[in-house]
Write a new protein. Structure first.
Length: 98
């Protein structure tokens, strides 16, 4: 199952709060990418937050994976987790009207 995970920074923190964890965060993201769990990784254009596409069995697995990230462990970020399904709208193009 594809999962969309949108990072949310905990309010009231500064860039300095994140600095000690950024190398470990990048290393863990690389491990998860190499394992095929993180399929796509982006930063938002409008603010310094990540948007991830994960391949997991379910939401619970995605939550467990995201909980291994150093910034999550440190309580600096959380994620909005959205399960995705394939788009089925193209079927309307081939349906005959009755």
């Amino acid at each position: 199952m594809r999962i969309l995970a949108i990072e949310k920074e905990v309010p009231g923190l500064s860039a300095e709060d994140f600095k000690p964890h950024l190398s470990a965060e990048a290393a863990r993201a690389w491990e998860l990418y190499q394992a095929g769990v993180f399929r796509e990784l982006y930063f938002r254009q409008d603010r310094p937050e990540a948007v991830l596409i994960l391949e997991c069995a379910d939401i619970e697995e995605a939550e467990g994976v995201l909980d291994t990230l150093p910034l999550v462990k440190a309580g600096l970020i959380t994620f909005e987790i959205i399960p995705l399904r394939p788009y089925s709208g193209f079927a309307r193009l081939f349906r005959e009207d009755e």
